[in-house]
Ligand binder design. Structure first.
Ligand code: K7E
Ligand code: CUA
Length: 662
């Protein structure tokens, strides 16, 4: 039964809406208030539900204000979600082949992208994606590229936001797993890939009793060539770190431009071995009260590279630990206590570290760090790295609750930290230049329960130098009772929270049934300028250029030639509603087949597919696209090929026969 006062509120909201529509010139649907009352009653909605619905509903044909790029966790993919509607717009195939997009199912270019990510030739066809990072210009998202790491295999992928497709996967030649990446520097000079579990460089074998000598962390700076849209390994470099399990990283910006910060969780150098009577990792790594915030001067590192102070290991330049420690590249500051996230405030003045096992966030002042370094007031750790004094560099500690992990920022001088153990978002006030409203600085203001076990938190334009302060999304690991049960593997839960008003307001729950997303970034939608169709007929979507093997309409053909003692059959085919041309392709068993298909469509959304049963082939041919498949016709028989997109009334007729003579 609904409270009379509540009904009044709802009616007020609806009347305000009607008035707003009238002002905007739109005609409100006649009788809306009465019907709305019925809906509200029948569906048992609370006043909060109604307001949340009105704040998130985006009518068909209208676009969302923001687009969120979320990691797809161990699905190896990236999710594209509209905000505030929380509608899923796309799942981008990244580390895992994705048949709908024709990614990794026969198309040569995409198979080559996936193969770049193999580990010393061993096929790796999934990834554990953690941190998507949008490219930045002057510290603002520029909407051009997206990067994401694969924790399991230490890889980084490059996605071009002109077509939302993966263009490159780079395998880290010296690390087998990573975590603290990708994070971009403010002009995307580098995409930073931080390590996690220490291992010998090059993932060579070394027994665990040689941990201190042989095991290392490695921080990689992948240089990004914006013109080519590719990471350039030749200009990239790595910095060797002690085996302290560096966890998350973030790039300095504005005043702290030129620096990168990473935290660490195992300065104890625990090596596990519960079965041999050692403390388990979870205890061994948590003995010390303090671990180390890593403070890295990447501009200085660039100088060392220019001066030749590096070694090349497995094809990449590596600044050795001793060099980094002695030459002013690497400093430590104590941080309590097996912390998790490290996040730089929009102006770059403060570095916020989430305590995880400590109920505080610790805030470091970049200015104080610089003073402490200049004063030379430090000791050195066993590897010779300068350790600054906690009291010299600490700006504040703010007690928030249990399990603080990650922090994002708004435009009003407040920060929002995820509390894993409390299942809550904590809003707290920054100090210094951020405190213009007279509120007390460095203070917890509000806690909002979320459902449940929040990991990361993402904010609109949140990692830029100018966050928007409209929404945050809580990326919750557990959903428990929030959705219709679908068996023991529950979806994760993204919760949309409105932060534009004085108080945080929970608006929407979105189930994620694909993997455990870790981080997400949210960009203003109007910054994205994707192609609606490919710019020219015959476009190679991996090379992002016209394909020399594109088929011109009217020049469809099949050529047969001898090459290295075998027959090669090369096909130039076109696809258009509702036929492939040619429709019959005849080869002999054992022939090598090279098959180019060009969609000569120019209409928006007129996509064709191309499936060839028995050969594990499926393509997606977006308007203008050319795709190439190459295989040995090792099975004789009759293989119908057909279009996998319902493209037209005669879609079912869009087929042909691939005949392989025995
Ligand atoms: Cu906290 Cu990989 Cu950024 Cu998961 S990490 S939550
Ligand atoms: Cu083309 Cu269906």
């Amino acid at each position: 039964m609904m409270h009379r006062k509540a009904k009044g509120v709802i009616l007020g909201v609806l009347m305000a809406l009607v008035a707003a529509c009238a002002r905007g010139g739109a005609t409100p649907v006649a009788g809306l208030p009465a019907e709305a009352q019925t809906v509200i009653r029948e569906r048992g909605l609370s006043p909060e539900d109604v307001v949340a619905a009105l704040r998130t509903y985006v009518p068909g044909g209208k676009y969302d204000e923001y687009v969120m790029f979320a990691s797809g966790g161990h699905s190896g993919q990236v999710l594209v979600i509209g905000i505030p509607s929380m509608r899923l717009l796309k799942v981008i195939g990244v580390f895992t082949p994705e048949p709908w997009q024709g990614y990794g199912f026969g198309e040569k270019g995409t198979l080559e992208v996936l193969a770049e990510g193999f580990a010393r030739g061993k096929p790796i066809l999934w990834g554990d994606t953690h941190h998507p990072a949008l490219s930045e210009t002057e510290g603002e998202y520029d909407g051009q590229f997206l990067f994401i790491n694969d924790k399991a295999n230490a890889r980084l992928a490059v996605i071009d936001l002109r077509d939302f497709e993966t263009k490159q996967i780079v395998k880290n030649p010296n690390a087998i797993s990573d975590h603290g990446g990708g994070f971009v520097t403010p002009n995307t000079e580098y995409v930073v890939e931080g390590p996690q579990y220490a291992a010998p460089i090059g993932w060579e074998y070394a027994p665990l009793d040689q941990y201190k000598d042989k095991y290392r962390g490695l921080l990689t700076f992948w240089a990004f060539d914006r013109q080519k849209g590719r990471v350039d390994p030749d200009r990239s470099f790595q910095i060797e770190l002690p085996p302290y399990w560096q966890d998350l990283c973030d790039a300095g910006k504005k005043v702290s431009y030129g620096w990168v910060f990473c935290n660490s969780i195992n300065t104890e150098m625990a090596t596990g071995g519960i079965e041999e009577g050692n403390p388990p990792f979870e205890a061994g790594t948590a003995k010390n009260e303090m671990d180390y915030l890593h403070i890295i001067n990447w501009k200085k590192a660039e100088e060392l590279i220019r001066a030749g102070k590096y070694e090349v290991i497995n094809g990449i330049k590596v600044i050795r630990l001793q060099t980094a420690a002695q030459e002013g590249v690497l400093f430590f500051a104590p941080e309590p206590k097996s912390p998790h996230g490290v996040d730089v405030a929009p102006g770059g003045e403060y570095i916020v570290v989430g305590g995880k096992l400590d109920p505080h966030v610790t805030v470091y002042s970049f200015e104080k760090i610089q003073k402490a370094i200049a004063a030379g007031n430090f000791e050195r750790d066993p590897f010779g790295v300068p350790v600054l004094k906690f009291e010299d560099v600490k700006e504040a500690q703010v007690e928030l609750g249990l399990g603080p992990l990650h922090t994002v920022f708004d435009d009003k001088g407040y920060a929002y930290t995820s509390l894993f153990l409390d299942s809550a978002v904590a809003k707290w006030s920054l100090g210094g230049p951020y405190r213009k409203d007279g509120a007390e600085p460095w203070k917890l203001v509000e806690k909002l329960p979320v459902h449940y076990n929040i990991g990361h938190i993402a904010a609109t334009e949140g990692d830029t130098v100018s966050p928007d302060g409209k929404y945050v999304v809580a990326l919750n690991k557990w959903s428990v009772d929030r959705f219709q049960p679908v068996g023991p593997l529950h979806p994760q839960n993204f919760q949309l929270i409105d932060i534009s008003g004085g108080k945080m307001r929970l608006l929407y729950d979105m189930p994620i049934g694909i993997g455990e997303p870790h981080y997400a970034q949210i960009i203003k939608a109007d910054k994205l300028k994707p192609f609606l169709v490919y710019p020219e007929i015959g476009w190679n979507a991996v090379k992002m250029a016209k394909d020399p093997d594109a088929t011109e309409a009217g020049r469809e053909r099949v050529e047969v030639r001898e090459e290295g003692g075998r027959r090669v059959v090369e096909i130039w085919m076109t696809a258009v509603r509702s036929h492939f041309k040619p429709e019959r392709v005849k080869v002999r068993k054992g022939d090598h087949v090279i098959w180019h298909i060009t969609s000569i469509e120019r209409a928006r959304d007129a996509t064709h597919g191309f499936a060839l049963g028995g050969y594990n082939i499926n393509l997606s041919l977006e308007p203008g696209e050319t795709a190439t498949i190459e295989f040995d016709a090792d099975q004789s028989g009759t293989f119908p090929f057909y279009c996998t997109e319902f493209c037209s009334a005669l879609h079912l007729e869009m087929m042909g026969y691939f005949l392989v003579e025995p």
